[in-house]
Every structure is written in C-alpha cells, then in structure tokens.
Ligand binder design. Structure first.
Ligand code: ATP
Length: 238
C-alpha cells in the first residue's frame, strides 16, 4: 500500500452525552479513493467534520501528510491541501457560481492558475460555465452539487473530503458526479468519500471502511466489500 496522506487514530467525538465516534482508526493512502459507508447515524459525517476541524474530538489523532492537524484552525488545514465539500453542499446560495468558485480559491495567490483551474472545471461541468453569473440558489440540486465539488477543488487540495455527493440526485447526474470523481482521482487527488450509495462508492474505492454506531466494523478493498455477503445484505440491498 502507498504511504498514507491521512491517518486517523482512535478518534473519539461526543455530542454531549452521545458518543458519535468511539475510537475509530483509518488510513487514506496518497492519491487513492477511500469510501466510508454505513447506516444513518453511524458517524460518517462526524468523521469528516472532525478531520476538517469543524468540530473538536475528545481524543485521538488526525495526521495529514505526517503532521498532527487536530489542533489547527480550519483555514490552516485548507492551506495545507485538505478541502471539505460538506453535507448540505456548503455553497453560498446568494452568491453567483463564479463568486463561489473564487471563494474556493481564496487562499491562492496564483491568479493565472485560478483562471486555468476554472476553465478545467468548466470542461468537467460545462453547465457551471453556462450558469456562471447566476446565483447558486437558483441552480438545480445536481448543479449545486457539481458547484460544491468544483468549489472544494478550487483550493487545489491534495485530499478532498466529500459528504454524500450523490444525495437526492437523478441517476444521470449521479453518473456524471462519479465520473468527475474518477477523473479527479486519476489526476492524483486523494478522496475520502462518505456515501449512502454504497454500491457506487465501493466501485470507485481503492479501500473502504464500514462504520456502525461510531466504530469501524469492517474494512477491505472496494471489491472485497462489494463481494462480502454481510455488506451485500446490509448495505447493497440484496
Ligand atoms: P447520516 O448519513 O445520517 O448523516 P452519519 O453516519 O453521517 O449519518 P453522523 O451524522 O456522523 O452519522 O451522526 C453520528 C451520531 O451523532 C448519530 O447518533 C447522530 O444522531 C449524532 N449527531 C450528529 N450530529 C449531531 C449534533 N449536531 N448534535 C447531537 N448529536 C448529533
């Protein structure tokens, strides 16, 4: 296995009396796709939030590129190359598509590179170019999701955390999003992907973890989990 870009060790997060994560450990190898699957309330979103420091863990460590990041501020984490496209999309609905994309690049000083990246994402998501001056709130759900992914990528992350990118989208839009995730991965960006759509997630994942009530209960390659009778029964609806 290649070197890990992200290592999570014994991470514990509580919401008041609720133990949302009970000491989970996982690794994201550099340039690979790791999927996190599990039922509602298993702790998937909480894991991503703890990594990007939207919340503070009770215990455990999060190491990004060899550096402990669990005491850094969220913007310091973005500056190191870790972006988060959160559940509920996290785009600014009153701002235009262009303004959202520019905000995604707010820490960058290479104006030419930013313009170049915008063109690249318009190639991946042509609809965003058509909607460039439209406020994000008037986009369809699928377009907002594409914008959320593109916005997160505007920071040129080395690792992208993605929460439910396919939630509530029509099947062709889901296909498009997953195609883009494959392209992004092929360009060397590591992905930690939380998905209800376990089938699609496991298909693109090099490795995957199954969470149940705040604990890792199974792990393996995407294919191993696709082939596992337990996973097929519990998460693939078979
Ligand atoms: P979902 O797919 O529903 O988002 P999940 O696997 O992402 O599920 P989390 O959202 O991480 O799960 O939730 C883990 C646990 O923490 C659940 O028991 C949930 O009810 C609880 N929880 C999550 N957010 C909060 C919060 N802000 N306050 C209190 N409890 C919370």
């Amino acid at each position: 296995m290649s070197e890990s870009i992200l290592s999570i060790k014994d991470l514990q997060v509580n919401y008041g009396a609720i133990e949302a994560l009970r000491g989970i450990s996982l690794e994201v190898p550099d340039k690979q796709v790791v999927a996190l699957i599990g039922a509602n309330g298993a702790g998937k979103t909480t894991t991503l939030r703890a990594v990007s420091r939207m919340l503070r863990p009770v215990a455990g460590s999060v190491t990004f590129q060899g550096e402990e990041i669990s005491r850094l501020q969220p913007h310091e984490i973005v500056a190191r190359g870790l972006a988060h496209a959160p559940e509920g999309r996290g785009i600014f609905l009153n701002l235009t598509v262009q303004e959202n994309l520019e905000l995604g690049a707010f820490l960058r000083t290479d104006k030419d590179g930013v313009a170049e990246d915008m063109e690249k994402f318009f190639g991946l998501f042509p609809i965003l170019k058509e909607r460039l001056h439209q406020v994000a709130g008037t986009l369809s759900g699928g377009e907002q999701q594409m914008l959320a992914v593109a916005r997160a990528l505007m920071s040129r992350p080395k690792l992208l955390l993605l929460d439910e990118p396919s939630l509530g989208l029509a099947p062709q839009v889901v296909e498009r999003i997953f195609q883009v995730l494959r392209d992004v991965s092929a360009q060397g960006v590591a992905l930690l992907l939380v998905e209800q759509n376990a089938h699609k997630a496991l298909q693109i994942a090099h490795r995957a973890y199954v969470l149940e009530t705040g604990e890792v209960v199974m792990q393996g390659t995407g294919q191993e989990l696709l082939d596992s009778p337990e996973v097929r029964k519990a998460y693939l609806g078979e």
